[in-house]
Design a protein around this ligand. Structure first.
Ligand SMILES: [Zn+2]
Length: 177
């Protein structure tokens, strides 16, 4: 049995790892979200990072990919006694998948006030009372997780602004010609 301090340290360690996976998404132009599935002994079973744009798949969120790979690894659609770490609060789709997967515990980093289904926008696990209850911890490495996302969106806005400026310039040059 792990002590509470050991558990907190382990949670932070796994979240830091999920943040590294989020970088893989960002390198591909995806929203930087990463997820890690861990078994009871603390072994990593599966990893996931956002791939919706690259794979033209609206369901390719980090959590879904980690759950899917976890099921394959365990040869079981029920991921009993596992913990899912994800850098951003899951959306309703992922919350549904988490429920169906029967994971034991969900740990997330940053809250998502727009689409978060674990208390920020929707209260999926409270509304959906079932025999199986998922233990939930939010706000692990919250600052790091939030900052990664806000930096990404800031950069993207800048790039879009630059693109628009370039387009406007081109239109202006074309008119002159
Ligand atoms: Zn999702």
């Amino acid at each position: 049995m792990q002590s509470e301090t050991e558990q907190i340290l382990f949670d932070q360690q796994m979240m830091a790892y999920a943040l590294k996976l989020a970088d893989k998404a960002e390198a591909l132009g995806e929203i930087p979200v990463g997820a890690v599935l861990v078994d009871e002994a603390g072994n990593i079973l599966a990893e996931g990072w956002n791939l919706s744009i690259v794979t033209s798949d609206p369901t390719a969120h980090a959590e879904i990919l980690a759950l899917r790979r976890g099921g394959q690894k365990l040869s079981n659609y029920r991921l009993l006694n596992t913990t899912l770490y994800v850098t951003l609060e899951p959306c309703t789709m992922c919350a549904g998948a988490i429920l169906h997967s029967r994971i034991k515990r969900l740990v997330f980093g940053a809250p998502d006030y727009k689409t978060g289904a674990v208390g920020s926008r929707f209260h999926f696990f409270e509304d959906y009372k079932m025999n199986h209850q998922v233990e939930i911890s939010g706000g692990v490495l919250q600052q790091e997780c939030s900052e990664k996302l806000s930096r990404f969106f800031q950069k993207r806005r800048m790039q879009q602004k630059q693109q628009r400026a370039q387009q406007n310039q081109q239109t202006a040059t074309n008119k002159e010609e």
